[in-house]
Write a protein that binds this ligand. Structure first.
Ligand SMILES: *Cc1c(COP(=O)(O)O)cnc(C)c1O
Length: 215
């Protein structure tokens, strides 16, 4: 199937969830095919590669950083990044805030919560997230805006395990929404090519899909 057909099929399964097309392994020409089929949100896992694509491609694309974010590279995306999915420390937030301030903008972000059993997946616990949210430093940051949480399920064929991890993340999201930490908690980023139908059933509002779009 073509990229346009893949996009159409995936979108028909998403209900109201937003599709982030993960373009980390794609050339600019491939991304343009998805763009010409109407896709406007793309996700990248490396800041420098994302910036090159940002410079080369149409300016109405919204770029999401979904990979582990290094503090010393935040400055390269601060003027244009639309959402950072992978925040896992207060130190990183301080830097994002500082760079956002330089560009006189507010940068939206998600906390990456570790739900998988694997050691290879980044992220923090709900307790660590709440420690950040209640710290004095966090409360002083004015140029960042928390929108929700992101998580990756274990890479396994065990459907019950994936379901239970997604349900766990949905609960973290619901508790965050009820808490006083932000007035705009509306993004639950979970679901990839291999597990997005399960994520949607569990309440995902944003899926990050790469191979199923570009295969
Ligand atoms: C690569 C990646 C995806 C997309 O993975 P696919 O299996 O290609 O859909 C989603 N989220 C993150 C954080 C990724 O790094």
């Amino acid at each position: 199937m073509s990229i346009a057909e893949n996009l159409e099929k995936i979108k028909s399964e998403l209900k109201n969830a937003t599709l982030v097309a993960v373009s980390k392994y794609q050339t600019e020409a491939q991304i343009l095919k998805a763009y010409n089929a109407g896709q406007r949100i793309f996700g990248e896992s490396k800041i420098q590669a994302m910036s090159q694509k940002y410079n080369a491609l149409p300016k109405d694309i919204q770029w999401h950083m979904i990979g582990h974010t290094q503090t010393n590279k935040v400055k390269y995306m601060a003027d244009y990044v639309s959402l950072i999915h992978s925040v896992d420390s207060l130190r990183l937030l301080v830097e994002i805030d500082k760079q956002a301030q330089k560009h006189e903008r507010i940068i939206d972000f998600l906390f990456q919560i570790r739900i998988a059993q694997e050691d290879t997946k980044h992220g923090i616990s709900e307790v660590q997230m709440n420690e950040i949210l209640t710290s004095e430093i966090y409360l002083s940051l004015k140029n960042i805006r928390l929108r929700g949480v992101m998580g990756m399920a274990t890479n396994t064929s065990n459907i019950e395990q994936i379901q239970s991890e997604f349900t766990q993340l949905k609960s973290v999201f619901d508790r965050l929404k009820k808490s006083a930490h932000s007035n705009q908690i509306d993004i639950l980023s979970m679901g990839m090519s291999g597990d997005y139908p399960l994520a949607i059933s569990a309440g995902s509002t944003m899926v990050r899909i790469g191979s199923a779009v570009f295969q």
